[in-house]
Design a protein around this ligand. Structure first.
Ligand code: GRG
Length: 308
């Protein structure tokens, strides 16, 4: 993997230093908001609430909320609008993880370092907890975002990124691809939808919460798209190289399942190089914001340097 020269690598290290407080802060704000929103839910069957909270508060890096906050802050977005956006992103993401782990999908028993939702609550409850988190995301946006027009724009972004032309479409291609020879085009198609769509939406929701114009929304969306591709490439490389203890989930699954990955096509080194290239393109998209984009730069470095 190409590494930057000494000077730049000092900058990279400084950026990585920036990331830990940034992710901790994102987790604190998001979890506080989620606890409040969940606390306000009336007459929910306690078993369902428990299953939803189990996965929602099992840890997780809270990268998507961090993107909402970092992009929102570029445009001085009010906290009252960033919080529901960050919480909604994490609800949709957690829904996708619960369903991804089901026996009908990847059939996993470990996630975020703990037994998967269906292992603890049974398959029916895990399906329903995932469904409930997906619906709750949209309930949170429509109930909590200050202006109806902004909430509607966020709902549109999130629904598009999640649905048939986004994450769910990508998941279908991922499953169908298991029985096909990998090609660069299929890998890219899956990565764009399964992962990049939601990361780009996180950035766009941040921009929307700051009520900025289309030019800015496009710029942060472009950043999120390339960051998402880098994230999935790094994830595929980690699946091949990291341990279950590091990741909090089983590793080596992609090869066993015959998944469409760049690691299978070109190896780990080339995959990490491609991830680096996407990070450079992500950084280029937000260059115009100068120092204000420092958190976005730090998050981009983290995505490809992470070991979890
Ligand atoms: C409607 C049945 C149904 C399914 C929803 C399951 C699904 C569609 C999509 C799966 C999408 C998926 C799991 C994509 C992988 C993205 C990815 C790399 C997830 C890991 O994200 P991290 O590392 O996880 O941010 P943490 O745990 O840190 O939040």
């Amino acid at each position: 993997m190409t590494r930057p020269s000494t000077d730049q690598s000092e900058t990279s290290l400084q950026r990585l230093d920036l990331v830990q407080p940034l992710l901790l802060d994102s987790a604190r704000r998001t979890e506080q908001a989620l606890r409040k929103y969940m606390g306000d839910l009336a007459q929910v069957p306690p078993q369902l609430l428990e299953a939803m909270q189990y996965s929602l508060f099992a840890g997780g890096k809270r990268v998507r909320p961090a993107l909402v906050f970092a992009c929102g802050s570029l445009f001085d977005a009010p906290e009252v609008d960033m919080l529901p956006a960050a919480a909604a992103m994490e609800c949709v993401h957690t829904f996708s993880l619960i369903h991804d782990d089901l026996p009908a999908m990847d059939d996993d028993d470990l996630r975020r370092g703990v037994p998967t939702n269906h292992k603890v609550f049974g398959e029916a409850m895990a399906i329903l907890a995932g469904d409930a988190l997906l619906s709750l995301a949209f309930q949170i946006l429509t109930e909590r975002v200050g202006e109806a027009m902004v909430a509607a724009a966020m709902v549109r972004e999130l629904a598009t990124a999640t649905g048939p032309v986004g994450m769910i479409g990508g998941q279908v291609a991922d499953i169908l691809g298991e029985t096909e020879e990998p090609t660069p085009a299929k890998v890219r198609y899956i990565h764009e939808r399964k992962t990049a769509a939601l990361l780009a939406a996180s950035c766009r929701l941040g921009g929307l919460s700051g009520r900025t114009g289309q030019d800015d929304i496009r710029a942060v969306g472009e950043y999120g798209y390339h960051l998402g591709l880098a994230f999935q490439l790094a994830d595929d490389a980690l699946d091949a190289t990291a341990t279950a203890e590091q990741l909090g989930k089983r590793t080596g699954k992609d090869t066993r399942a015959g998944k469409q990955t760049m690691v299978r096509l070109a190896g780990v080194e080339a995959t990490l190089q491609a991830a680096d290239d996407h990070v450079q393109r992500a950084l280029g998209a937000v260059d115009r914001y100068g120092e204000a984009a420092a958190p976005l730069k730090a998050l981009a470095e983290f995505v490809v340097r992470r070991s979890c």
